[in-house]
Design a protein around this ligand. Sequence first.
Ligand SMILES: [Zn+2]
Length: 108
Amino acid sequence: MDMSVFWLVYIGIGIILAILFVIKYGYPTGTQTSVTFSFGEAKEYFFTKHYCKHCNTQLKRSSTKAFKGKGWSKSAVDGEFMFGEKYDMKFSLKCPNCNANFNLNEVG
Ligand SMILES: [Zn+2]
């Protein structure tokens, strides 16, 4: 076998293995979102109506993602490590009338 053909086959097999790996496991990157929310807070947030302290309008729920940085983390789903961006979900209540923002513990 010619030496150049050998390397071509060698690289070809490498590419095929890489493609198979991606098909099986997916790209080892992703976005991680963690939610810090107790059961009581969740109940309060989704099932209780809150009103604005300033104008008494019913508040609307809004959630924001806070960027926490990049890094390796253990995936909670399948126990595999992945590299990705980490976000923290933050929940707040917004007044549609005067645009005031409230935290849950401010109105609860
Ligand atoms: Zn208001």
